[in-house]
Design a protein around this ligand. Structure first.
Ligand code: UD1
Length: 418
């Protein structure tokens, strides 16, 4: 079994480049289903979730080409299927984003229901209620959802919760609907703005993306787009925390401070020096960090995707911090593994109480999901002696060349294939 082996205790230093955003890249790829013309997406990270999406698009009949991954071309001219099968959806929930574009463009889509996953039950009811508002008939049977509508029609949709995926799915569906759609209580994440920017390049009329009210005026057809994905704010945040947790000086080139406000404010509160540059963000960390409370929330709140990493940072901070997870109901699976490394953490419902210890100690640990796995790598960087992190396939869903990036900053980390 492949493991990541980290010999901890080294201060990290230097500059490292952030990659393109996985979470922005996924909806951009699905947006290509809205047009028969060839779309080009640049800067996508070569991570498992992106490869799964390309595979799924090919299964539906898209032509997919890549120019050494610098530019990915997707052409959805002659679709041969309208179905996202369970074997792909179960490995990546974002596959559900095929439904909105398929029903909007072809009048029919069939997608496996994703089911729960390690971090929570993650239903798709908000996506489906929104598509119904747009006039789609929804049927659910045999583990699949079917959506059908000869033509969607614009509507006012109020989301029960600002779901990122539902906002994206509905925004895409509404681009080809008759009339105007208003999505209220929309998610405001930067990835939504990036998707809207690409949709506008296709000829869609989308306004307000990045705010809680997105307005889409439907058009008859959409054309090609050529778009470079935004930098990955979660990878950037993870690399900054890697600098902070080792008391190091790390600059992440390409990171956008405006996408990282909530994290940077919390790092400053914890006593970490933050430099917001143009096209780069850096941390200058001393040996000592103050305990800092964090509560995850939809953007612009503290991102749930950085909760585990921030908890790792708090395990050796001075004092007691409260980490509250409000987005997913089961996103503390890293806690028991951090405890195996000597952390003092107690979980009570949605809150983890972290009492800082002077030092973590290396241990064999197991990754349970994408962000939990990287939190263990971060903890291992700061721990004494050697840690081995197993089940790294979780990490590979969302981080490209993580060991190489950390090594370039001075970490002693390697991937060992067993
Ligand atoms: C996206 C991100 C993920 C991030 C999450 C929250 C991608 C590919 N993934 O996931 O990394 O952690 O946003 O920032 O961009 N919910 C419902 N019903 C629905 C939809 C969602 O109850 O129909 C709930 C979910 O169970 C969860 C919460 O809403 O508790 C947030 O989910 P959502 O914002 O939809 O996350 P994703 O789009 O799946």
């Amino acid at each position: 079994m492949t493991k990541i082996v980290v010999r901890g205790g080294r201060r990290l230093g230097g500059r490292v480049a952030v990659g393109g955003s996985k979470n922005a890249g996924l909806p951009l790829l699905f947006a290509a289903l809205l047009t028969p013309e060839r779309c080009t997406i640049r800067g996508l990270p070569r991570v498992a979730d992106i490869l799964t999406t390309l595979h799924l698009l090919q299964k539906i009949g898209c032509l997919v080409g890549d120019d050494a991954f610098e530019a990915i071309m997707v052409e959805a001219r002659d679709l041969t299927s309208a179905e996202a099968p369970y074997e792909l959806v179960k490995t990546m929930r974002a596959s559900f984003l095929t439904l909105g574009p398929l029903v909007a463009r072809t009048g029919y889509g069939r997608v496996a229901t994703p089911g729960g996953c390690a971090i929570g039950s993650r239903p798709v009811d908000i996506h489906l209620a929104g598509l119904e508002r747009l006039g789609a008939t929804i049927r659910q049977a045999h583990g699949y959802v079917e959506a059908e509508a000869p033509r969607l029609r614009g509507a006012r949709i109020t989301l029960d919760f600002p779901s990122v995926g539902a906002t994206e799915n509905l925004m895409m569906a509404a681009t080809l609907a008759d009339g105007v759609t208003e999505i209220e209580n929309a998610a405001c994440e930067p990835e939504i703005e990036d998707l809207a920017a690409a949709l506008v390049k296709m000829g869609a009329r989308v306004a307000g993306a990045g705010s809680t009210l997105v307005t889409v005026e439907g058009v008859r057809e959409l054309g090609a787009f050529d778009h470079t994905v935004i930098p990955d704010r979660i990878e950037a945040g993870t690399l900054l925390i890697a600098g902070a947790i080792t008391g190091g000086d790390v600059t992440v080139d390409g990171a956008r401070a405006e996408h990282l406000d909530a994290l940077l404010a919390k790092l400053e509160e914890a006593g970490v020096g933050v430099e917001r540059g143009v096209g780069a963000v850096g941390v200058r960390a001393g040996a000592c960090r103050r305990a800092t409370d964090v509560r995850t929330a939809p953007h612009p709140g503290f991102p749930t995707d950085l909760q585990a990493q921030f908890m790792a940072l708090m395990t050796t901070a001075e004092g007691r911090s409260m980490i509250t997870e409000t987005i997913f109901e089961n996103r503390f699976m890293h806690v028991q593994e951090l405890v195996r490394m000597g952390a003092d953490i107690r979980v009570d419902g949605k809150t983890a109480l972290v009492r800082g210890v002077p030092r973590l100690s290396g241990a064999p640990v197991m990754a349970t999901d994408l962000r939990a796995s990287v939190c263990l790598v971060l903890a291992a960087l700061a721990a004494q002696n050697t840690s081995e992190i197993a089940r790294v396939y979780h990490l590979d869903r969302g981080y490209e060349r993580l060991e190489a990036k950390l090594s370039s900053l001075g970490a002693d980390v390697e991937r060992v294939r067993g």
